[in-house]
Ligand binder design. Sequence first.
Ligand SMILES: [Zn+2]
Length: 493
Amino acid sequence: MKKVLLGLGGLLVLLVAVIVVRAYLAGTDTQVAEVDMPLSITVDAQAAAERLGEAIQFKTISSQQTADDPDSVDYTAFVDFRNWLAATYPGFHATAEREVVGGYSLLFTWKGSDPSLDPILLMSHIDVVPVIPGTEDYWEEDAFSGKVSDGFIWGRGTIDTKGSLIAMVEATELLMAAGYTPKRTIMFAFGHDEEVGGPRGNVAIANLMKERGTRFYWVADEGGVVSDGLLPGVDGLAAMIGVAEKGYVTLELTAHAKGGHSSMPPKKTAIGRLVTAIDRLQRTPFIPKIDGATEQMVDAITGPSPFRSRLIMANRWLLDDVLISALSVSPTSDAQMRTTIAPTIIDGGSKENVLPPIATAKVNFRIHSRDSIADVVAHVKEAVDDPQVDVEIFNDAREPSFVSDTDTDGYSMLSDAIVASFDAQLIAPYLVVGGTDSRHYSEVADDIYRFIPIVMGKNDMARFHGTNERITVDNMGRAVEFYGRLLEAAGNK
Ligand SMILES: [Zn+2]
């Protein structure tokens, strides 16, 4: 007996030793490699900032009206912006061919010297979300002032995403002026209706590419940012590159029951059934897993994480469930691991003493890469398990995107350009939970990466689609350098 216990004790010691050693070794791999990524242009951050400030002044807003009745919208600001862009960047417009698609979206083609190479596509969007009504006075500078002061450029679109649009064009203008010609064709797509899903902009451009038989080597669109303290336990700047995008579906649940007077109610009313259905659904979450883009993210952040987190992350062979439980606590990391369930609208009844014959709820799902729309419908029907509750797809649903490879030229050039321009300590791929226009290119691109060269700290998250949107002048300079490095490398590879 004693021998057995000693043997077990020995095994336990060994196990703990393995766990600690693995965590220790993972921690020795914390630095990103030095990169040698030359930049042959000289960037004037202040001048670039002033031009971004001018771009911000065009009220290129996508509102609810744009979604509901796009033909009734006044697009003057979009035409003015297009004309301003042409006047401000004459070299860019002289060298890259411009096509106007869907009335107001812009597609530029900078022809490479080797037409046998598939082009790359850089994306951004011209439209911005409106200022939330009633919050105008909370802005320290007017939302469309584009004011450059105290080291900041202020206004709607600085982050999302005129900042990256202007940075791309600035860098290209400078490269062209320096006499640089890419071997590989570089294209730019600037949508005008991204904030309402891109139906007339990038959907149309992607269709055009399909018709022409264009296939992209890789595509880069908005998505991740350069995080300054957003990743718990990771010091210094860390960049997140979206390699996949979740799908989207809203289901309408309709519960049926006998209507009538509320003085003699049946055991189960329509509202009662509906509430039970939602409760059952929320008690049946999708199973969380660490795989695909999320697994790549965990692998990338393991090394730079504090020792305690590393103990778990470096030992997933034994502690995967512990890590999943830990990541489930925060809605942000939970959403990386599974399809999420969010009841958003509930409707039923119109008079306090009348039983409604039906009650409805809308539930929004963001579909993880491993699931499909059909999986979601099946999951909900099984969880609700009530023939008196109908489950139907409410509106345009979309499947999750494919997961892009990280072992590619495109991903490594993006990573290197980030490290060289921002001195980032960590680059991690991840799963984008929102939607971007790049999803429309899934049939014409080998890989799609989602990243904007904007530094975001904890206090900046609320500026995104919110109040006091701004970026620093220094950031703008680095963003131009980032695209300069990226384009110089990408054009030659
Ligand atoms: Zn955006």
